[in-house]
Design a protein around this ligand. Structure first.
Ligand code: KIV
Ligand code: ZN
Length: 385
């Protein structure tokens, strides 16, 4: 498959790895709404579901295939003939269908999940790719638990599935086990030891069990991966998957470290889409979550507020406008300084000289010690006292 070597393909699995989280299930109508937003966001691939898992998931893949025009619609399978048959059926309306099939690659999975041998697993992997290929041109193969797999065996498996027709090879760190330099080295090893690697795109699929999913995905890109599998808000199995918005903003902020690499993501949609996904999936976003958390652009300590108000770039590496926010927040708490208080009072129309500000600031601190944070109404009350 010909592809632009500088394009970073964004594979969104919010509706598959994300949606399998307990309590996050969506109706087909909700999935279609999110898929249309993902298309507008600029993702390249939407993993729409695991069709054999339930009639509802099958139907969702059918409806998403009809609803989305430009984005590749991908369906997950195990390396089972029936799974692949069902996925191909669910994808029958997709304008750009992809089957994502795979099997465990680590000795742990081979022995304790499949009670099998490396040789047998290799045969099953190749057979699954060949069967998927009989339905669609675009076949992605995942080597589950690749993060803990023996590297020469992983390379052998990847070479065999590419020879069988895989267009994308997914190297999942299924258990979120790897350190960034280990995961990056794994990707590099594959680029150097798989003879036909130029015929496929390497994909990073990282879990966040040690809080390293995004760092590992970025290490993968630095070492040759050109597809990242991620979710909105980083939702996903256990501690979650790589967060789409984090990857996109890292590439933007550190563009000079990724010369020429680009994606189609429109980051201005991040805030609204994050809130929609959180609401629909009943999964709150932690306030300190990078990029989309409530506090991601909120400055609350006096030292930071003063520096920010003097020159925003003292404390701002991302412009809030770039992720769809109007502006940063200057929160008023008992840790705030005079500069922040003055800023808010001026916004409300109060001009105070130095002595007046000191007097109001004393009363402000007494109130702020008693109350967690202060709003405009509190400031009006303070000024009228
Ligand atoms: O984490 C994982 O290994 C997966 C595969 C099914 C791609 O989600
Ligand atoms: Zn996963």
């Amino acid at each position: 498959m010909l592809h632009d070597p500088n394009h970073l393909y964004i594979f969104d699995t919010t509706l598959r790895d994300g949606e399998q989280v307990p309590g996050c299930q969506l109706t087909t109508t909700e999935k279609v709404e999110i898929a249309k937003d993902l298309e507008l966001l600029g993702v390249d691939i939407i993993e729409a579901g695991f069709p054999v898992s339930s009639p509802g998931d099958f139907q969702s893949v059918v409806e998403l295939s009809k609803a989305v025009d430009d984005v590749i619609i991908c369906a997950l399978t195990r390396a089972h003939k029936t799974d692949i048959d069902v996925a191909a059926d669910a994808l029958k309306y997709a304008k750009r269908p992809r089957i994502h099939t795979g099997i465990g690659a680590s000795d742990m999975h081979i022995q304790y999940k499949f009670n099998s041998t490396r040789e047998e697993i290799l045969e099953r992997a190749v057979a699954a790719v060949k069967h998927a290929k009989s339905y669609v041109e675009d076949v992605e193969f995942y080597a589950e638990d690749a993060g803990r797999a023996d590297l020469p065996f992983l390379a052998k498996m990847i070479e065999a599935v590419i020879a069988a027709g895989a267009t994308v090879v997914n190297i999942p760190d299924t258990n979120g086990y790897c350190l960034p330099d280990q995961y990056g080295a794994k990707i590099k090893f594959l680029t150097e030891h798989v003879s036909n690697i130029d015929q496929a795109i390497i994909s990073a699929h990282c879990h966040n069990d040690l809080g390293l999913a995004t760092a590992n995905s970025i290490a993968a890109v630095q070492n040759g991966a050109r597809q990242v599998e991620c979710t909105i808000n980083g939702i996903g199995e256990r501690a979650g998957n790589t967060s789409l918005e984090e990857v996109a903003m890292i590439l933007k902020v550190h563009q000079q470290h990724f010369p020429g690499i680009h994606s189609n993501i429109n980051s201005k949609m991040f805030t609204s889409l994050s809130q929609k996904v959180s609401r629909m999936m009943r999964m709150p976003v932690q306030p300190n979550k990078a990029i989309v958390g409530k506090n991601a652009f909120a400055h609350s300590s006096g030292i930071h507020q003063d520096g920010f108000l003097k020159h925003r770039e003292n404390y701002e590496i991302i412009r809030p406008e770039d992720v769809g926010l109007d502006s940063a927040d200057i929160i008023l708490t008992a840790r705030s300084g005079r500069h922040a208080l003055k800023h808010h009072l001026e916004r409300l129309g109060y001009q105070l000289d130095k002595d007046q500000l000191s007097e109001v600031y004393g009363r402000f601190l007494t109130l702020a010690d008693a109350k967690k944070d202060l709003n405009d109404e509190d400031l009006q009350t303070l000024m009228q006292a």
